[in-house]
Write a protein that binds this ligand. Structure first.
Ligand code: NAI
Ligand code: MG
Length: 356
């Protein structure tokens, strides 16, 4: 038995519904592959904030540092400003644990209809810089509430930060179909983005087997819709990657499916696995949330832990449910509940394991 200590943070809204669903699936696959997941649930959330004035305790990062990995649902709820929930929990975790790669697969699974007409095979990965860039605390607001009010927001791009995420993306492209696209905007953003481009080109010399291309973010967004089949790996800054991956989730059928891994590739710290979606207050409590994004994030966690076979079994079950059964949630055009999809997944998983 390989045992892992996993901290779960279900968070808010549908996070508290899809995390237990995914845990059930991971438990089942774990039992079949000799993986023991020792879960510790942390109640950190907007509700916790309402009670304590903090999204997590003062020693929250220290607490998390004692775990092997972190499995997160979503945080954010009406009544707490989104920048408070994000900067009080998610961003500190991503930064303290140097989770500088945010890996977001954009794969059209069998049985799902994309909103795009004439859909090619869609199978690429966005590597989003996750520790710096446009999401920075540098800046401020002056003369609040007056006619002279000024807001300044600085971006931070460091050579170390840009090189490490790009190296990861180059290596990933090298292990896939050998094509890497960079998201830039060096026509309009004249300091950070030309720097981003310089590093991208410097590293190309170290990776002669990888074919590179560069796109301005606006044109790149259009190509995600018009010709997504051309992409293999896309590397993007924190903000650009964030926006591109909601678009990526849309073209693969639903934000309810898309997964996300916040990786510390060196393994010096825990990594964190979560769906791309948020807490969806509009459907929270109805039992209709799609659990597949959380389940897929769980498969990425198994893969990161070195259990590619177990991860494949989970994804095999997901594909089976989507392609061979009509059991799906409303975001995918079905009528099933979170529970019904989870039950179907467990059945498919048993079948998947038996077939191996
Ligand atoms: P959202 O992803 O929560 O919801 C967008 C739309 O997609 C909604 O109509 C929702 O019902 C639907 N949706 C999302 N996940 C779904 C699922 N699993 N199954 C079925 N439908 C699903 O994004 P929104 O509305 O912008 O944000 C809501 C809250 O979540 C905010 O407080 C925001 O800050 C937070 N948020 C948190 C994130 C995180 O914890 N990583 C990421 C994105 C948003
Ligand atoms: Mg986002």
């Amino acid at each position: 038995m390989d045992t892992y200590r996993i901290a779960t943070i279900p968070g808010d809204g549908i996070g508290t519904e899809v995390v237990p669903a995914a845990q059930e699936v991971l438990e089942r696959v774990g039992a079949r592959f000799g993986i023991e997941l020792a879960w510790t649930e942390l109640e950190w959330s907007c509700e916790y904030y309402a009670r304590t004035g903090r999204m997590m305790p003062e020693d929250g990062i220290e607490t998390l540092g004692g775990f092997d990995q972190i499995f997160l649902g979503a945080v954010g709820y009406p009544g707490v400003p989104d920048h408070v929930s994000l900067w009080g929990l998610l961003i500190p975790i991503r930064r303290a644990f140097r989770q500088y790669v945010n890996l977001r697969p954009v794969t059209l699974l069998p049985g799902i209809s994309s909103p795009l007409r004439d859909v090619p095979a869609i199978d690429f990965v966005v590597v989003r810089e996750n520790n710096e860039g446009e999401y920075s605390e540098a800046g401020g607001r002056l003369y609040r509430g007056t006619a002279d009010e000024v807001a300044i927001q600085e971006s931070v791009f460091t050579r170390r930060g840009v090189e490490r995420v790009m190296r990861y993306a180059y290596d990933l492209a090298g292990s896939r179909r050998g094509r890497l696209a960079s998201a830039t905007k060096s026509n309009g953003i004249i300091h950070t983005m030309p720097f981003w481009d310089d590093v991208f080109r410097e590293l190309a010399a170290e990776h002669p087997g990888v074919e590179t291309s560069e796109y301005h973010i606006d044109a790149l967004s259009a190509l995600f819709v018009l010709d997504p089949g051309r992409f293999d790996v896309v590397v993007a800054s924190n903000l650009f990657g964030d926006i591109l991956t909601d678009l990526g989730a849309a073209i693969i059928g639903s934000i309810g499916i898309a997964p996300s891994a916040n990786l510390n590739p060196e393994g010096a710290f825990p990594s964190m696995f979560e769906p791309v979606h948020g807490s969806a207050p509009d459907i929270a409590g109805t039992g209709r949330a799609n659990p597949l994004g959380q389940v897929w994030a769980g498969a990425m966690m198994l893969d990161h832990l070195g259990h590619a076979d177990a991860a494949e079994a989970v994804m095999g079950a997901v594909s089976h449910v989507l392609a061979e059964t009509g059991v799906r949630t409303a975001d995918l055009g079905g009528t099933a509940s979170t529970r019904e999809v989870t039950a179907e997944l467990l059945t498919a998983l048993d079948r998947e394991v038996a077939a191996r």
